[in-house]
Write a protein that binds this ligand. Sequence first.
Ligand code: FES
Ligand SMILES: [Fe+2]
Length: 322
Amino acid sequence: MATFPFPMPSGWFGLCYAHELAPGQLKKVRLAGRDLAVFRSESGEIAAINNYCPHLGAPLHMGSVVGETVRCPFHHWQWNGQGECTAIPYANKIPDKARTDAIPIREINGMIMGWHHPHSASPHYEVQFIDALNGSREGWGEVHYQEFTLPTCVQEIAENDVDHAHFPYLHNTQGLYETESVFDGPIKTSTSAMQHVLEHLEGDADPDAEYLLHRYSHGPGSVTVHATGVPGAQPDVFGEFVLYHVATPIEDDQTHVRWSMVLSKNIETDDAGKSVLAYMSQGVYEDIPIWEEKVYQTNPVLCDGDGPIARNRKWFEQFYID
Ligand code: FES
Ligand SMILES: [Fe+2]
């Protein structure tokens, strides 16, 4: 089993897709080694509280949503989204200590995101808002979902992205060479020219086309990959593609990843558009056997052709809070 010399990162992480919880539904979600009861109240508000009832420890996810609360299955105490006990059917007085942990929540980009911090500090950055996944979504096609549980930690998955040198050897493509990278506190932005992907997909790319891959990491838990200049089947039609990658650290060596992928409507039904979707989703299966067996090198021997692995590790350190 892989072990890593750092704790669980703090930040915004995925709890589930928003469409998985209708009003009145609840589920158990594991985040950073603990279980949460995540529920949508009857009025539609999302909350995530400790899954184990402070009374005698019953699992709240086996209870039910009643109004704005979760009712424990064991003795029917009710807990609201702030972690307060609001009703005990057989007591005259609710004990002052009847409280449980609730974590900050955001419903955005078709996801339910939860804030993890080892000392329960408040969020110091926000989840990125993605036009293609919110509101009217004008000009964007259907959202495609894909999820995996990966046998490694969040940092190793992020490192794969900047490990340029493995692309030709493991994935048979060229690297994601960054033309521009900006590190600004918890936000990392990079842009890569992706001409070689056009060649890979089409065999005959327009040398003047500007196919760019923009990547935005808002904290350790999400990466938005936004491709512009994706050529459609018709000449002079260029579309866009968004892959929203949301990670959830489950245990030290286990990460759940949820992808939401969407093409702009003008290339959605093209073969080119479909091949972009297939290209993006195939690679991770080639990485999995490596992650299963690899051993984390704290002081790796790097060479001049490697990507910005050390810089990425340095950026990640800000999310490790003891
Ligand atoms: S254990 Fe939850 S109400 Fe008793
Ligand atoms: Fe990879």
